[in-house]
Write a protein that binds this ligand. Structure first.
Ligand code: FES
Length: 161
């Protein structure tokens, strides 16, 4: 559980980041990235705050968030597992890899485990087609993933958590 201090610290970091922007109106995407990086997702409070600070209508901010699949307004797990579902990965079995993650984690793509450790989702091509099929866990890339590796990938993070 996050303490009040952590929340205030993150808020200060966001404030500082926005204040450091020279062109505030043109900074929306960068600010949303920063906020999602800090909080893991974009809550209504954060969205309204950003809109006010950047002097942008909040409807526009919501519009940008829904346009980019990267942004989320739902809390995500500590580890976000992204299975690439682009063409090269798909033809090399990404679909079966996704189903294996779903089976082991007991959730569907787009969902988060009850303990908030893992969120499972699909991605379009991440530009590493030579390594297909590709899975990402947060920023770490796994290439040429085979079905029998899925369990080990999950366990790597279960031990870490
Ligand atoms: S299709 Fe998966 S990395 Fe390109």
């Amino acid at each position: 559980m996050e303490s009040k201090c952590d929340t205030q610290e993150k808020f200060k970091q966001l404030q500082k980041f926005i204040d450091s922007m020279e062109d505030r109106r043109g900074a929306l995407i960068a600010v949303l990235h920063k906020a999602q990086h800090l909080y893991g997702y974009l809550s209504n409070d954060v969205i309204f705050y950003i809109a006010e600070k950047l002097e942008i209508p909040s409807a526009k901010v919501f519009g940008v968030i829904s346009f980019y699949s990267y942004f989320t307004t739902e809390p995500r797990g500590k580890y976000v597992i992204n299975v690439c579902l682009g063409t090269a990965c798909f033809v090399r079995g990404a679909d079966a890899i996704m189903r294996e993650f779903e089976k082991i984690l007991n959730i569907k793509a787009g969902e988060t485990t009850e303990d908030k450790k893992f969120t499972l989702s699909g991605l379009r091509c991440i530009g590493a087609c030579g390594l297909a099929p590709v899975v990402m866990v947060n920023d770490k890339v796994y290439g040429r993933v085979e079905l029998n590796q899925v369990k080990a990938i999950i366990e790597e993070y279960q031990e870490e958590a």
